[in-house]
Ligand binder design. Structure first.
Ligand code: 3H9
Length: 661
């Protein structure tokens, strides 16, 4: 018997415990171990039923994702997957009861559905998250789930991969009983109740599969939702097709269709990219010179300086995570504006049903607006989010230095300025770090954490842990102009202007990138962020530019004409009241003028050249960033681009896409 799975007896019930930390993935040895234990229970006359339970923090988090790469690289044969285990569970003469806590995800839920019964604690979650890895359930999930919960819910779970809470799953028929108190005790008691009752295998239950007429609109709606909300992704369509097979074919044939679709997805580029992202999101938390056991400061009270768009968004982020936050601005008017925008934002979420009025009131109550530094001496972290200018930032940091307690983390939300220079304004540069949030700060998942040359390891470890508490993905980067994200974005957006100046149409430049899968093209992003922001910075730093380097003209020309983007309703595009963009003939005339001024004869530029040049601009800067050690690994850049810049996860990020891993 494998060490990964233990066998014990309790009150005439065999207890099979999976113990494969950290999350009981179905790594080699685990399925075989479970099957052996269930067979042993079958042969033991003293046993009337079997409880299958996970040790540690979860039931089973799914197949071992590390194995997929071994299969697609040819290192390993796929074999029969989990099916031999599922057959043993499903055909067991003694009922097997899956006892679920933590997560039963992917292959974990599929194992549970092959059992005779499923019981769970209320806090557990079940789900088929495979689509997030670019694959589909491959161990009967698409066939058994609709038999248990009906087609509509099975479709939703397999197509989107969102976890489902146990009370909902119980209501739907996926969980047979919610256990209060000790799970094992409750599961054993349940097992004794059902021990001698006849069991109907899930595969034989057809009552919830619906008729073709009932199902047709469900499949149509699912495909429409995929086209709208999962643009570019292939796995959701395959998941829908597999669930559809469950409704059309006998169980065994449905399984074969699922296996075919699973295999196709497993070997797809998208699944390789998404698996790279899955591990990447966890890799970024590992910082070679900051060991796991580095002490972390506790953050219970925060303070934000600056109640503008970023400051208000950051305050909401803290309040949403249950952390009390003081929000300071210089004037009562600025504070009122900030608080009004926070209230409006929360109210919109309540109206959309994202959270309740009570939750809104609790969140608002955590934010204390103020014009003074009163109470800042209690803050565990202070985040500066004032206007982007070095002189002002230095002044703010000198003021904070005078009020903050000794072990308070001092963070700046600067997106471009030197952390070291800001830190030098304090007498404790080791406590200073960059926390670069992305707009809107309460929504965007990325937090670029910028270490200065003096930043202490404790402050880094605290920032990484805090990112997680705030529901963000923290990526540690080094200190340089623009850090990783904005530094790479600069040459990318510059290249977009060159393309226009050389002959490409504005809409074609953006279209080439949205077709590639980005949320927005580079020129539309400029309009959204405000073209004047870059223009002001360019004017301030012109002396730092290499005079020999080619410079784009277009965005300066647009700004000189007061075209700052969406905020002025004119930029690269013109915008109507609803901020819908359309091509502006005035811009076309301006482009012609700029081309004449630069002596350029325009030529046709196709989507492929546009994409290649834009991606090359991004990736080449990424390579320089790696050479300088500003990003720790290529995957750190990928995670930044996916979570902060709308790069499609299914392309794996710019570096992965370029073959740099
Ligand atoms: C599948 O099941 C296909 C089936 O249909 C069968 C087909 C035949 N494998 O996230 P955490 C590692 S596909 C391997 O930081 P948390 C993870 O890398 C699978 N490793 O913890 C990390 O390692 P490290 C479907 C895994 O508490 C460590 O465990 N299932 C797996 O924040 C801790 O993870 C999924 O997609 C795995 N399956 O979250 C579930 N899962 O410490 C994927 C985790 O070295 N997993 N690891 O960095 C999750 O969603 C989260 O990990 C979970 C825990 C919610 C379980």
């Amino acid at each position: 018997m494998s060490e990964l799975v233990r066998y014990a007896l309790r009150d005439g019930v065999a207890v099979v415990t999976i113990d494969n930390p950290p999350v009981n993935a179905l790594s080699p040895g685990v399925p075989e171990g479970i099957a052996a234990c269930v067979r042993q229970a079958g042969a033991d006359d003293a046993v009337t039923a079997v409880v299958l339970i996970g040790a540690g923090r979860s039931f089973i988090a799914g197949a071992d994702i590390n194995e997929f790469g071994k299969i697609t690289s040819g290192e390993k044969q796929r074999g029969e997957g989990l099916h031999p285990l599922l057959a043993v569970l499903e055909d067991s003469a003694k009922p097997v009861i899956a006892a679920i806590h933590g997560q039963a995800f992917g292959g974990g839920l599929e194992v549970a559905m092959a059992c005779a019964y499923r019981v769970a604690v209320a806090s557990a979650q079940v789900g088929q998250p495979e689509v997030r890895l670019g694959i589909i359930p491959g161990a009967g999930g698409t066939q058994r789930l609709p038999r248990l919960v009906g087609v509509e819910m099975a479709l939703r779970m397999c197509q989107f991969g969102d976890p489902v809470k146990v009370p909902v799953a119980c209501e739907a028929g996926l969980i047979d009983r919610v256990i209060d108190g000790d799970l094992l005790e409750g599961a054993v008691a349940f097992a004794r109740e059902v021990a001698c009752q006849p069991v109907r295998r899930v595969r034989d239950r057809d009552g919830k599969l619906g008729t073709a007429e009932q199902n047709a609109p469900l499949f149509q709606a699912a495909r429409e939702a995929a086209a709208k909300r999962q643009r570019g992704l292939e796995a959701p369509l395959a998941a829908i097709a597999a669930v559809e097979a469950a409704t059309r074919l006998p169980f065994a044939e449905g399984l074969r269709e699922e296996a075919r679709l699973f295999e196709e997805r497993l070997f797809s580029k998208q699944s390789k990219a998404l698996i790279h992202v899955f591990f990447g999101e966890r890799t970024v938390a590992k910082i070679p010179d900051v060991p796991k056991d580095t002490p972390v400061l506790s953050v219970k009270q925060a303070a934000v300086i600056g109640a503008g768009t970023m400051g208000a968004g950051i305050a909401m982020t803290y309040a949403n995570a249950g952390i009390a936050v003081r929000l300071k601005d210089a004037t009562a008017e600025a504070l009122d504006r900030g608080m009004a925008s926070i209230r409006a934002n929360y109210a919109a979420s309540v109206a959309k049903g994202r959270f309740s009025q009570q939750a809104m009131d609790e969140r608002l109550a955590r934010i204390s607006p103020q014009v003074s530094y009163e109470g800042f001496e209690e803050a565990d972290i202070i985040i500066e989010a004032v206007f982007e200018g070095m002189a002002l930032k230095k002044q703010v940091f000198a003021e904070i230095d005078a009020v903050a307690k000794a072990d308070c983390v001092l963070a700046t939300n600067t997106s471009t300025l030197s952390i070291d220079e800001i830190a030098a304004a304090t007498g404790r540069p080791e406590m200073v770090i960059g926390h670069h949030f992305f707009s809107p700060a309460n929504v965007m998942r990325l937090l670029e954490i910028v270490r200065g040359k003096a930043t202490s390891k404790t402050v880094i470890a605290t920032s990484m842990a805090l990112a997680r508490t705030l529901g963000k993905i923290g990526v540690l980067v080094g200190n340089c102009r623009g850090f990783v994200g904005n530094r790479m974005f600069h040459p990318y957006r510059r290249e977009a202007q060159f393309l226009v100046e050389e002959g490409a149409r504005v809409a074609d430049v953006d279209g080439a990138m949205t077709e590639f899968g980005l949320a927005m093209g580079p020129l539309a992003v400029g309009d959204l962020a405000g073209l004047d922001v870059g223009w002001r910075i360019r004017k301030e730093y012109r002396h730092l530019e290499d005079p020999r380097a080619r410079k784009p003209r277009m965005e300066d020309a647009l700004c000189e004409r007061g075209r700052y983007g969406q905020k002025t309703r004119t930029g690269w595009y013109k915008y109507d009241e609803q901020r819908r963009a359309s091509v502006d003939p005035d811009v076309e005339a301006l482009i012609a003028e700029v081309r004449a001024e630069l002596g350029i004869t325009p030529r046709e530029i196709g989507a492929e050249e546009i994409r290649e040049r834009l991606l090359a601009a991004l990736v080449n800067e990424g390579k320089r960033i790696l050479e300088e050690g500003i990003a720790l690994r290529p995957v750190d850049i990928d995670i930044i681009y996916i979570n902060g810049y709308g790069f499609p996860a299914w392309r794996g990020g710019p570096m992965f896409h370029a073959g740099i891993v």
